[in-house]
Write a protein that binds this ligand. Structure first.
Ligand code: SF4
Ligand code: SF4
Length: 154
């Protein structure tokens, strides 16, 4: 359970959308111990030109291998990105981008997931109704989106 005034206070209400489709990149610098996870090296839009460790996903469904019927099987020790991510943040950060930048992010095809952005819209509205929208910090997310929306060098 998170602090009552951080993004974890915005309930997921049983949703597991981001465990079904997102890359879960492991970050040893943020405390992730690679030896404790079932992972593989993948390509990611966030780290162009190199392979990074990420949780394995079921090749048939695309779901995280730790996603079970009742939710995350490693909830108490989930990777840093799982503890940091919230779709409401994604949606709020997109609201800070220009139309052209949003279009560029969608056009890439490897950054935004429609289901997560839709869920983010719903959760952001819920956050607003709970008076929690201001606790969602977006500076890092906006910076990442700006970099990804910038024209790519060939
Ligand atoms: S998509 Fe949003 S509401 Fe669903 S599990 Fe992820 S953070 Fe929670
Ligand atoms: S480790 Fe848990 S929270 Fe993270 S993507 Fe997998 S099932 Fe979801």
């Amino acid at each position: 359970m998170g602090d009552a005034r951080d993004h974890n206070a915005i309930p997921c209400d049983g949703c597991t959308e981001c465990c079904k489709s997102d890359q879960v990149i492991l970050r040893p610098e943020a405390g992730d111990d690679l030896a404790t996870f079932d992972f593989e090296y993948i390509e990611s839009a966030l780290y162009p030109g190199r392979k990074v460790p990420a949780l394995k996903r079921d090749p048939r469904t695309g779901k995280c291998v730790y996603l079970e019927e009742r939710g995350c099987a490693i909830h108490g020790r989930a990777p840093a990105i799982c503890r940091r991510f919230h779709c409401a943040r994604t949606f709020k950060a997109l609201g800070r981008m220009s139309r052209a930048q949003r279009d560029a992010l969608w056009a890439r095809g490897d950054v935004l997931e429609e289901g997560i952005v839709e869920r983010g819209r719903d959760r952001y509205r819920l956050a607003q109704s709970l008076g929690l929208d201001q606790v969602i910090d977006v500076e890092m997310q906006v910076a990442a989106f700006e970099a990804l929306a910038a024209p790519r060098r060939r």
